[in-house]
Write a protein that binds this ligand. Structure first.
Ligand code: CA
Length: 222
């Protein structure tokens, strides 16, 4: 899952980045509204953490422009303490959730998980597909209740697919959601990760849809 992190305070941005990366997300960053707007307009993100007080273009304007352009990506805004009117304005501008500074990192991560699962129609933090479970809180994956050890990339691929059971996901789409923008991307590596996942999980779980991509098939999933 790929997050756009928009915060002009360098210290807070670094703390957020560290926490997000530890929580298995890949992160693109912006420290001003113009860059944030451009990135959110041109790259596919699974969620955005958007500070409202930003140089060049304020966060509310960034959010309004995305929504005016039909961008539906989940957005969590960061508001100043005691600024209740910012929350109202933010939600009315199209924010999906808000958090008031200062906040606990655990709360931010929980809210992001909720936004991401709601956006893909999942209700539970534990995703299930046949014999496989993936706990989005702990990053634990099990098969028939037995823990399975995955590399970071294998986990990212499985996490993305398990949020979309039954849906065909192309290699390009997977590549865009498991690597940040500045990363040297090679969609051939997706095949390698899927090959390794098939050895660690029930073989029939990930179906190859010729010419299109991959699909989780073992029902019931959700
Ligand atoms: Ca700020």
């Amino acid at each position: 899952m790929r997050i756009l992190l928009v915060e002009d305070d360098a210290t807070l941005r670094a703390q957020l980045r560290t926490a997000l990366v530890e929580a298995t997300y890949v992160v693109d960053e912006a420290d001003n509204g113009r860059d944030a707007h451009f990135l959110g307009d041109t790259e596919p993100f699974d969620a955005v953490v958007l500070d409202l007080g930003l140089p060049q273009l304020d966060g509310l304007s960034v959010l309004r422009r995305w929504r005016d352009a039909g961008r539906t990506l989940p957005v969590l805004i960061l508001t100043a303490r005691d600024a209740w009117n910012e929350k109202v304005a933010g939600i009315d501008a199209g924010a999906d959730d808000y958090l008031t500074k200062p906040f606990h990192m655990e709360e931010l991560l929980a809210r992001l998980r909720a936004l991401i699962r709601r956006a893909s129609g999942q209700a539970s933090p534990v995703l299930r597909c046949g014999a496989v479970t993936l706990d989005t809180r702990s990053g634990r994956v099990t098969v028939d209740g037995q823990p399975v050890t995955l590399t970071s990339h294998e986990y990212k691929v499985l996490d993305y697919l398990m949020h979309r059971p039954g849906t065909v996901v192309s290699r390009t789409e997977l590549t865009e959601h498991i690597y940040a923008q500045d990363h040297d991307r090679d969609s051939n590596t997706i095949e390698v990760f899927v090959g390794r996942l098939r050895k660690k999980l029930p073989g029939e779980l990930i179906e190859t849809v010729r010419g299109l991509g991959y699909r989780l098939v073992a029902p019931p999933c959700g």
